[in-house]
Design a protein around this ligand. Structure first.
Ligand SMILES: Nc1nc2c(c(=O)[nH]1)N[C@H]1C(S)=C(S)[C@@H](COP(=O)(O)O)O[C@H]1N2
Ligand SMILES: [Mo]
Length: 230
């Protein structure tokens, strides 16, 4: 396919996805709740900057399953499959050739620490979805890490503009212990929804539980509803 045709297809698909999910996104709790639980001034999406039960930290703790996989850029792959029109397997160069987004957002860990104003660079999940085009029946994604971690996210959360597959933090390559070369971030959900060392995003016609969700963590993970466990 011609490069310009491909870009046109992606832009069209992005607009179509936006139209299809915009109402759902606008009615998610982190945008629409009128009695959110938390304290402080409104953040970027209108919620109290500190969600209920969270404590601010300047440090950046590391949480993992005891494995920190080492993946070189030449062996790194991102598989996009499941309920999509155009399944894909991206190399590092393919990934870096996609539109790049810079964003500042907050990070809320379910273990009660929050780190504010983190500066990220990466590819929007929305742009990855536009590339592969979720079928009409797709409702969720299941993300897989190179450490065999999994976590589920609904599409109305995953397609928010601040959900990135990030390769750079504070202007530097994402360190391995924080999920480098690439991790997902979900600033409007608890941070376990963002897989470190991400290597597969599977689009699904229904909700499927991930590693922590199978062990009693919430499927939805809304910080301003104290939605930690199910
Ligand atoms: N692949 C993978 N992703 C993961 C985890 C993990 O163990 N493996 N832990 C999750 C949890 S519980 C949190 S709070 C954040 C922590 O990210 P950090 O270690 O960069 O602070 O990553 C999430 N993503
Ligand atoms: Mo966590």
């Amino acid at each position: 396919m011609e490069e310009s045709d491909k870009l046109k297809r992606v832009v069209e698909a992005r607009m179509k996805l936006k139209a299809r999910f915009e109402d759902k996104i606008q009615s998610t709790p982190s945008v629409a709740d009128n009695k959110p639980l938390g304290s402080g001034n409104p953040n970027r999406h209108g919620m109290p900057v500190v969600p209920v039960g969270q404590v601010l930290t300047k440090k950046w703790p590391v949480l993992d399953l005891g494995i920190q996989p080492e993946i070189s850029l030449s062996e790194w792959r991102l598989v996009l499959d499941g309920e999509v029109e155009h399944p894909a397997e991206l190399t590092w160069d393919d990934f870096m050739a996609l539109p790049q987004t810079d964003d500042t957002s907050d990070f809320h860990c379910v273990t009660t620490w929050s780190k504010l104003d983190m500066n990220w660079r990466g590819v929007r999940l929305l742009d990855l979805a536009a590339l592969v085009q979720p079928k009409d029946n797709a409702t969720h994604i299941l993300c897989y890490g190179y450490d065999d971690y999994t976590t589920n996210v609904s599409l109305e959360e995953a397609l928010k503009p601040d959900v990135l597959l990030a390769h750079t933090v504070e202007g530097k390559p994402l360190p391995k212990e924080h999920g480098g070369p690439v991790r997902m971030i979900t600033p409007q959900l608890y941070a376990w929804k963002g897989s470190k060392w991400i290597n597969r995003i599977q689009f699904l016609p229904h909700n499927v539980l991930g590693f922590w969700e199978e062990r009693g963590y919430s499927s939805t993970a809304y910080p301003w509803r104290n939605d930690r466990y199910s």
